[in-house]
Each structure stands twice: as C-alpha cells, then as structure tokens.
Write a protein that binds this ligand. Structure first.
Ligand code: CA
Length: 502
C-alpha cells in the first residue's frame, strides 16, 4: 500500500521534472554529496568544519549541481568523527547550535537541496548517559531499566563493564562503542523518537550506519530491523529517503533490499577493487555497462522502486587519487562511469576536485581544499592524520579553469539532470563490441541512452544505426560537442553523451 502510494507520488514528481526540463530549466540531478562535517568548511576560525561553514558554501554546492547532502554525524561525541554519539537530540557544540542547523536546512530548502543525517544506532558512545547509568547499575544490583538497552553478559564477553567486573558487554567496533540491544522496546521507541525529532527539523532522510552489524551474522534480523526503521521514518514522511551502509557482497546487499529500504550503497562497484576503478584503469567501459546492467536487473526484480547508490569512495575508503595515480584523465573517466548510473550517485566531498588521502582513516578525511595557496581558507586536518594533501589545485584554482576536474563534475551532473529516467529506470547494456565504450539505455517514463568513451587515448567512431540510436536526439555532451558528434559520430577519448531515444 505504502509502496504503491510512493510509486504514484514518484511518477508525479518525475513527470513534473520532465516537463520542466522540456521548458529549458534544469531538472533535479538526483546526485548526493557526502560531507564529513569537521573537515569541510570552518566559519569561526577554530579549524573545525561546522554547520555555518556548510551554509556559507551552499553556493559552491548548488553550482556543483547536487540536490542532496549527507552529513556525517553532527551530534555530541568524544571522537573527531562523531560515530559514537552521546546525545542524539543535540548538535555538537564544535559544529554549532540547533539554530545553525535550522538555518542550514532552510537555506538548503531555498536551493532545492535536501539534507539527510547519519543515523548511528548500532551502538552509542560508552560515554552516553544510557550506558553510564546501565554500567553504574550493574556495579550494584543491576535493576536499572537502562541495563536492557545494551548487550550485557555475565562471566565472559567482549569488553569488561567498568566498575562491575563480572559483567561484560558487546561492542563490535571497540570498547568505546557499546552495541545497543535492538530487541529492547525502549531502544526501538527511542530510535523512533530520534527519527521523528530530526524529521521535525526538516531532515528528509537518513544514512543508516553499519547495517550488517545490527545483529551480528544475522542478515534476516538485520533486514527486519531496517524494515522497522524504514516504516517508522515513512509513517511520518512517505518521501523520507533511507540509504544503508552494507559493506558486503551483492548477495548480502540484495537480501537487505527485502526490507523495503530505498537504497544501499553499491560497495561492490566502489573502492580500489570495485568495478568502477578497475574498469577506469583498464579503459574498459563495456564492463561497467555489463556489470551494472546485470545488477540493475537484479534490483528491479527483487526490489522494484529501489535505487542503487553508486559511489567511488567514502569517508572509510582511500581516495580515488591514489588508485588513479593522480591522473586527471583517469579521474574524469571514473566520474563519467558512476555519475550516469541508474539510482542516486553519491559524491564524497573533495572527489570532485581530486583530493588525495589513504592509509589511516584520518587521511581519508583531510580538509576540503578550498585553496592550496591560502591555508586559512581550509579546516585543520584531523589530529592523527599523517599525510598531507597532495592535490596542488584547490577550488579557487579550479573553478574558472574549463579543463579542471571540478568543471568536469559540474558538466556531468548538469547533463544527468536532463534525464530524470536515470533515478528509477531499468538499465540495459548495449553490446557494441567496443571495450572502451560504456553504452546502455535506461527506461522509465521515457528512454535515454548513455554513451561513454572510457579510453584516455583512443578516438571511437560510433555506428549509431547498429545500436538502434540513429534517430535519437542528443540531449548533451561532455568532452565533445553535440554538433561534432551529430555530424561525424566521432567520439574523442574521455567523452560522453546522453541521447533521448523516446
Ligand atoms: Ca569551526
């Protein structure tokens, strides 16, 4: 019932987007942008990125063309990354105030940008008042109701409860992150309140942290818990968007889609060994069309209405810079290969300018490089980072350079906005016999074709007749221009086009 309602609503939204694109306005790109809050933009000079800093950069974000921001956890926490929360109903003081948050939401709304928050409910901080109260109780008679909120065991276990040494607790991510007992009705009630609270502040969705760890080694129960989260969020707002972190293989990811969640990150396509980077390194665009086409078919069969969430890297992965040897043409190819895929692509902040970072986690979260010349424009790196930024051209140097990676991302995302089918359509790989060419169609309300030359050296001459695209209308090109392409069907290295088939 709910899904039918959502599909109907979606059809209306898509029709609206198509109509506005015909009228010459740019539609919604359907591309999201992940911001590691402490490293993005600092408004008050303390070196730590904050919410006002993000608001001050909304012009930059809007020019990039994304229409959704995922903010890593904004709540109070003892750690720099904030994935161990001590208060789910507050903004960390170093990031600002609730007023700053409301102001950011309102400013985003004016630009048609929605905001999703990281929902970290596999565990809390070991300094969360719930855990402190439960631990204190276990040191005595253990009768406090908070005790049932965590996974305590007597006699043996993972981590010793401080002050109650016969008691232990589960903490899959370490002693400072005690796992919540997600079967506890108080915990579920509390999570429901947290979701409603932030929806009340204008949040349009959540990124679910660590979904495979909710119940260790129990995919069925993980799917059940995601279903609870999804239904809770959508009971307040049917359009609330949920995207989950399932850092696993295709089979496990497919299993979790049975929960009804909108999206799960496409980890098999990401990272150094994933389809996107490997195909980029080999100049093999055809393999991306084949693999993602098969994956899309599986998703359409198993979870109709869901959206893939492709990405190159995130805050837990090394930056693409190192994987692609810092080479601009390769970074441009990788961008083409993920930004036109069906679903909702996610760009990790700094990916669009080609930032570096690998090794320890802090290096993967280095300050957004607003300027390589003027360090005062950038945040300070996380305290334990042991690499410097290797990128030599920041936003200030790239924004007016037509050949920069930043302007490439802007072009590609603007191109994607012309094809609303890419959000929810069915993908079919086109077999052209040309390895460098990533060619596929996506059908929804209409049908578009995406053609990408993933070679950094070879020019291709395309036979549009044999691909069934002879009569297709060229919506736009990057790396070549529509006139040249229409006349000769010659496709330079590192170029792409989107065509409307019907
Ligand atoms: Ca600050």
């Amino acid at each position: 019932m709910m899904r039918r309602y959502i599909c109907l609503l979606l059809a209306v939204v898509l029709l609206g987007t198509a109509a506005s694109a015909e009228a010459g306005e740019r539609g919604s790109s359907g591309v999201a942008y992940e911001i590691f809050v402490g490293s993005f933009a600092d408004s008050d000079g303390d070196g730590i990125g904050d919410l006002r800093g993000i608001e001050e950069k909304l012009g930059y974000i809007a020019a990039l063309g994304v229409d959704m921001l995922w903010l890593t956890p904004i709540h109070p926490s003892p750690s720099y990354h904030h994935y161990d929360v001590t208060d789910y109903y507050a903004v960390a003081p170093e990031f600002g105030t609730m007023e700053d948050f409301d102001s950011l939401i309102s400013a985003c709304g004016e630009r048609g940008i929605s905001v999703i928050l990281d929902l970290v409910v596999n565990h809390t901080s070991s300094e969360h008042p719930w855990f402190l109260q439960a631990a204190a109780s276990l040191a005595g008679d253990g009768s406090d109701p908070m005790v049932s909120r965590y996974r305590f065991t007597q006699g043996s276990g993972q981590h010793v409860v401080p002050g109650a040494e016969d008691w232990y607790y589960e903490g899959q991510f370490g002693y400072h992150m005690p796992d919540l007992n997600l079967d506890d009705s108080q915990v579920r009630d509390e999570i429901g309140k947290i979701i409603s609270y932030w929806q009340g502040h204008g949040v349009k969705g959540f990124r679910l942290d660590a979904t495979t760890s909710y119940y260790t080694a129990s995919p069925v129960r993980n799917a059940e818990f995601i279903r609870f989260l999804n239904e809770t969020a959508k009971s307040n707002d049917p359009d609330c968007y949920l995207v989950g972190e399932c850092w696993s293989d295709e089979q496990t990811i497919l299993g979790l889609y049975s929960s009804g969640i909108d999206s799960l990150f496409d980890f098999p396509a990401a990272d150094v060994n994933g389809t996107l980077i490997q195909s980029t390194l080999k100049g093999n665009g055809a393999s991306v069309a084949r693999r993602l086409g098969a994956w899309n078919e599986a998703l359409v069969d198993t979870a109709p209405g869901s959206m893939d969430a492709p990405f190159l890297t995130n805050h837990d992965l090394a930056r693409a810079y190192g994987m692609l040897r810092g080479q601009l043409p390769l970074m441009k190819v990788a961008a083409m290969l993920y930004l036109f895929l069906p679903g909702r692509p996610f760009v990790y902040y700094g990916e669009e300018i080609g930032m570096s970072g690998s090794g320890r986690d802090e290096n993967k979260r280095l300050p957004m490089l607003w300027s390589a010349e003027d360090a005062a424009q950038n945040c300070l790196p996380p305290a334990d980072a042991d690499q410097n930024q290797r990128l030599k051209a920041g936003v200030d140097a790239q924004k007016d350079d037509p050949d920069s990676l930043l302007n490439w991302y802007r072009q590609l995302i603007a191109l994607r906005a012309l094809a609303p089918e890419l959000a929810h359509g069915s993908m079919t790989a086109l077999d052209t016999g040309e390895n460098a060419l990533c060619a596929f169609t996506v059908s929804g309300e209409g049908t578009v074709a995406v053609l990408i030359n993933a070679s950094t050296t070879a020019e291709l001459t395309l036979d549009l007749d044999s691909m069934g695209l002879a009569d297709a209308e060229i919506l736009g090109c990057a790396g070549t221009n529509a006139e040249t392409f229409a006349e000769k069907h010659v496709f330079p290295p590192v170029s792409c086009t989107i065509l409307r088939v019907d």
